[in-house]
Design a protein around this ligand. Sequence first.
Ligand code: KG4
Ligand code: ZN
Length: 387
Amino acid sequence: MIILSIETSCDETAISVVEAVGDFPQATYEILGNSLFSQIDIHREYGGVFPALAKREHIATILPMLERALAEATLPHDYTPDPSPEVVANINDILKRENGLAPLLLEYHTTVGKPPIDMIAVTSGPGLEPALWVGVNFAKALSTLWQVPVVPVDHMAGHIVASIFDGHHLAPLSFPALALLVSGGHTELILMRDWRQYDKIGQTRDDAVGEAFDKVARLLGLPYPGGPEISKLATIARTNNFPPFAKLPAPMLHSGDFDFSFSGLKTAVRNAVTNKTLTTTEQAALARDFEDSVVTVLIHKLTKAIETHQVNSVILGGGVAANNRLRDAVSALGTNTAFPHLSIYLPALNLSTDNSVMIALAGHAEVASALSPEAFAATRADGNRSL
Ligand code: KG4
Ligand code: ZN
């Protein structure tokens, strides 16, 4: 089957065309088309993602992303007759909040016709609601135009499958599996006893890890997104063995549960820099001290959860999974003699941060619950959707 997937939960507008041969999770996947527009340069000016701005940019780029992904896929298009006045009215109504998008989509459809897409997968949450709505409404319009079913996908389920994808296949997971998901909006430990069974055993009580990286970067005067910037400086500090700059807490290290908290750590960094002008050496040292604290807490809780739940697989997922220090520390668990049967899965770097390939894969897992265009019409974007 050929899946068209849509991701607009934050500041990436992404659309993929993925062919799946066989059933999930043993299928062979071929990425036929893949387009992604990152709004990072637009948001950088403001030091973070502004939902209203993100929405406007998704509206402006979603159709070009569709055109690019479909063109790359070089699928035969079926020159269907022009949509009926009812369908046109319906599309205009579905996209009434995506100013100007309906006529452009209808014009595109009239020119190229219907591609052989069997199912649409779209992120319906979690994320920034105004941003999510653009993808959800676009999926509604396409499913109405093409008369294909749609599956609403959980963004975090996408991050999980992204981490076990080698470009064509999903790794054969041995359960129980534990996913440590770390992104700009989420920090959670998910225990999986089987596919599509998610038990959230721990989460952050305040800031997400990526959010903490971004806020600390801001305190250090570094651009958005802060994760990669902090990571670069931390590496410099380690290479040069810079002395510690601040004694930072490792929050909730011994809380006895699998929850996290990062706002206190961010405050400690703020206190360490207030009324000071840091030298570049001190700045790099502080970035390293911060990264060390984060990784210490994450690995401590992950290790406890592995022991408690006797898991066979660990999956690291989400944008912060691009962090080398964290990748190395999670990989090291795989050679820890205390866990001789543990397999470790890290996402390819290009699939760590948000993308739509992962939404196609997670959508394939949900084929059985795909909705008809009529049923999907009632689906709402849900910023707080949870595994
Ligand atoms: O998953 P993602 O692309 O978007 C969300 O769903 O939130 O994650 C983005 C987050 C940002 O906070 C960004 O700073 C962080 O991932 N990030 C990193 C690195 N690369 C991206 N954090 C630490 N180190 C990195 N190398
Ligand atoms: Zn994400």
